[in-house]
Ligand binder design. Structure first.
Ligand code: HEM
Length: 397
């Protein structure tokens, strides 16, 4: 098999924009066995014998399952909690409900960009990510979606701003208390009150029905915020950056059917996974492919960057952006970038749809151009990249 470095045709082309930074900063949890083969990674994520793990997961008190987010649950409890919200992510919900929100939000984004002349790309992608996730969660009774976005951002940014030491912890706790209570008062409380009167199809309505405590509701909403909003913001900017830079790929994206547009986005996500590491702890012995046997209690760290570029499953030149690869190799397009098994991202299709729509409409704007490229930085708390500083411009309406 031709390896990336030895490919005679492409001379080891590496199209990744986040690759070098990730290699320098990726930090698997101490003592974890690093899993780099696609087949073994998939087996471990799919196994019923492993438990969710990683930095915060192991600090969670599992004796009170009703008080914790379903991200941290496993087995039957996890299955039930996921089943309760599965319909919110179904293809029908995307086409009939979320698509309307995506279009409406994009109208707002386009109007703002055309009125201002230029804007920060990550601010625009953040608006899309927040509006779509807010609709799924049920955060639709805030004073304005801009204020909701700002309050969610402040809560989620708290951990990034966290400084080490006792003083750092104190400041972090105070900030969180203040920011979370603001978020609850202005965004969650009105949404909960509205749904007590008239339930809807959203996460908050299912939590009211299940009689969740205030604390659990807050944690669940913020977990969705982190999982659905922060990830999609980065993914949209990453895709836009690749497409601004590569004219032929952009033309293919704009000229092709939706199916091909998704293939392009999924291939970008394969190379530039927003989440890089997934940890699992074996509850019982686990036999995974390629001789990766986990002993009970053993911690595994599945490196999504490594498994997504495993030549056994990508074929030759794994670091090249090749939208035809997945079809040729008969693999799911994003490889393991949305995870796999019971915790596989339920929002995967939502994220792909909103990204596709954002890019399709943005690239069709007259005079659309990239004024400055983003800088790539590493967020150690989520072990993922952040793209800031990209500015785009277009002609006035
Ligand atoms: C490009 C965007 C996204 C990426 C790269 C992404 C990635 C992931 C990954 C890798 C996981 C698996 C975590 C694990 O196995 O431990 C996950 C889980 C999850 N994601 Fe996403 N996600 C994205 C968008 C979204 C969106 C838009 C939503 C909802 C609005 C969402 C909601 C969730 C939830 C609720 C989970 C937890 C599932 C569980 O534990 O059962 N994600 N995501």
């Amino acid at each position: 098999m031709t390896t990336a470095t030895a490919c005679p045709v492409h001379q080891g082309r590496d199209d990744r924009k986040s690759g070098a930074l990730a290699e320098a900063h990726l930090a698997p949890q101490k003592g974890a066995r690093l899993v780099t083969s696609f087949a073994a990674g998939r087996d471990i994520l799919r196994s019923a014998r492993v438990r969710q793990a990683g930095s915060t997961a192991e600090a969670v008190d599992l004796s009170k399952p009703d008080e914790i987010s379903f991200f941290f649950l496993d087995g039957e409890l996890h299955r039930k909690r996921r089943a309760a919200v599965a319909g919110l992510f179904a293809p029908k919900a995307i086409v009939t409900r979320h698509r309307v929100v995506m279009e409406r939000t994009m109208d707002k984004i386009v109007a703002r960009l055309q009125a201002q002349g230029s804007a920060a790309l990550d601010e625009l992608s953040w608006i899309m990510a927040v509006d779509v996730a807010a609709e799924i969660i049920g955060l639709t009774d805030s004073d304005s979606s801009e204020n909701l976005a700002l309050r969610v951002k402040r809560v989620l940014d708290s951990s990034i701003e966290r400084k080490p030491g006792r003083l750092g912890n104190l400041v972090f706790n105070l900030k969180m208390l203040l920011r979370v209570s603001r978020f609850y008062r202005h965004d969650m409380a009105p949404a909960i009150a509205a749904r007590r009167k008239a339930p809807r199809e959203d996460v908050i309505s299912t939590m009211i029905e299940a009689n969740f405590s205030k604390k659990t509701m807050i944690m669940e909403c913020l977990s969705y915020g982190g999982a659905g909003m922060m990830t999609t913001r980065e993914f949209i900017v990453m895709c836009a950056w690749h497409l601004f830079e590569k004219q032929a790929l952009r033309e293919r994206f704009l000229g092709g059917p939706e199916e091909d547009q998704f293939a392009i986005l999924e291939e970008i996500l394969r190379l530039e996974p927003v989440a890089s590491l997934l940890h699992r702890r074996a509850a019982e012995p686990v036999e995974a492919a390629d001789g990766q046997t986990l002993a009970p209690g053993e911690l595994a760290c599945v490196s999504l960057r490594a498994v997504n570029t495993d030549e056994a499953i990508t074929g030759a030149c794994p670091y090249e952006l090749d939208p035809d690869r997945a079809k040729r190799m008969k693999v799911n397009g994003p490889y393991l970038s949305f995870g796999d098994g019971p915790h596989r991202c339920p929002g995967a299709q939502v994220a792909l749809h909103e990204t596709r729509l954002f890019l399709e409409r943005m690239f069709r704007l007259p005079g659309i151009r990239l004024l400055s490229e983003p800088t790539v930085s590493w967020n150690p708390f989520i072990q993922g990249y952040e793209l800031r500083g990209a500015r785009i411009a277009c002609d006035p309406a």
